[in-house]
Design a protein. Structure first.
Length: 338
């Protein structure tokens, strides 16, 4: 379908006749002239050029240039049929624990002992890579909760932020309630049928302002489903006090609170004890039913303003050339008549 982007621009087509008939013409004045000995030979040519410029065809040329410029400005374009564009997916906020206990090396990856955080990062990255069509956000927490990446389709950016995560980066203690509350806040303005929070921690809430169950109530009120993952090896190291962190780095996972959060919001609680179980948990969450969001239609279009604009510029150059030629001849006429 052919259309004009701004058809009202064509109303200005009456402007040149308005100027021509209603505004008085300016007096023609030439401050300088050139005296030539062949004035009598040029006089017939000059009179002919003056008649040509006053000819209706020249007036029509100016009007045509104006009309072509208006057509180009109006934006002629061809619009194709609507092509439906639809995304399938959900809005998922990953909430990952970076407290000091995430440095405990009680996990095994490729036959080598590694820290809990290394396993979490590997599993989280594989989960993000598999979520084609979803918007993913990332919150990291310890003593404080920080939004690292808002909801986005840019999975590469989320993967980079996961790579940058370091145990203790957000503080050494664990503020589960504050992190969950921040995730709820960031999901309040997205479709209610597609809100999901995945919370992973290896400890219990021991700092922060908001209690975990109070944050869960807020999630429930906003129809946000929370999946909780408790991380910790079955063969946890013996409890010890680390003077560097100044707090207990042993296993203090509060499974009861994580279970209550999941149950209250309609989610599920998972216990991850090793690399394989953590991957299995993410695969289970990965199989959640998708929902439609961000439905839209795309109409291909092709712009044609360049053609009337180019033609108008060519005609304008031609008209300026004729005008300059007449001006030069008039200078010669005036001096020759002296």
């Amino acid at each position: 379908m052919f259309e004009l982007a701004m058809p009202w621009i064509l109303l200005l087509i009456v402007l040149p006749p308005f100027i021509w008939f209603l505004i008085p013409r300016a007096a023609f004045y030439l401050p300088a002239a050139l005296k030539v000995p062949f004035y009598s030979a040029l006089l017939p040519i000059i009179e002919k050029e003056k008649r040509l410029l006053a000819h209706p065809a020249q007036v029509g040329l100016i009007f045509l240039i104006w009309a072509l410029l208006l057509i180009a400005l109006a934006g002629p374009r061809w619009i194709g049929a609507p092509v439906p564009v639809e995304r399938e997916g959900r809005n998922i906020m990953l909430v990952l624990d970076l407290s000091g206990s995430m440095e405990i090396n009680d996990m095994v990856l490729n036959g080598q002992p590694v820290s809990r955080l290394a396993v979490v990062k590997r599993a989280a990255k594989q989960f993000v890579q598999a979520r084609t069509g979803d918007r993913i956000g990332l919150i990291l927490f310890g003593s404080q909760a920080y939004l690292q990446t808002p909801l986005t389709f840019d999975r590469t950016n989320v993967l980079l932020r996961i790579d940058d995560a370091t145990a203790g980066l957000a503080g050494k203690t664990t503020s589960i309630g504050d992190a969950l509350g921040l995730a709820v806040k960031r999901l309040q303005h997205v479709p209610s049928s597609s809100r999901v929070i995945i919370l992973l921690t290896d400890g219990a809430n021991n700092s922060g302002v908001l209690l975990p169950l109070k944050a869960a109530e807020l999630a429930k009120d906003d129809t946000i489903k929370v999946y909780t993952i408790g991380l910790g090896s079955e063969a946890d190291p013996r409890v010890m006090n680390d003077p560097l962190f100044n707090f207990n780095v042993g296993s203090d996972l509060d499974e009861k609170t994580l279970q209550d959060i999941a149950k209250m919001t309609g989610g599920r609680y998972f216990r991850a004890t090793d690399t394989q179980s953590l991957h299995g948990i993410y695969n289970t969450i990965n199989e959640l039913e998708t929902v439609s969001q961000d439905s839209a239609s795309l109409r291909p279009q092709k712009e044609y303003y360049v053609w009337p604009l180019a033609l108008a510029l060519l005609l304008l150059l031609y008209w300026f050339g004729k005008k300059a030629e007449l001006t030069l001849l008039l200078r010669i006429t005036r001096k020759g008549a002296v």
